[in-house]
Unconditional design. Sequence first.
Length: 94
Amino acid sequence: MGGRATGFVLAGATAGSGFVQRLAVDPAHRREGTAARLLGQAHRWLSLRGCSTSVVNTETTNGAALGLYRAFGYVPLPYGLRVLERPHYGGNDL
């Protein structure tokens, strides 16, 4: 606090669907309600953009995050998630 950010959320919206892409809280400030406030703000932002649903992904072993998302009404989807990486080649990317 004292002018220092203790967390952040990054959300996106497209065609009526929302995405909570990143949510992080400084470890020294966890369990203070920061994540819940940030997630609530993200949901308000998504609603203002016409989103009727939102999705989020997290590690299957991240119990704190899973508990937060469940408390906000998120439920597991019936498919897995793959994370892909692509190298960038200086200015020669297509």
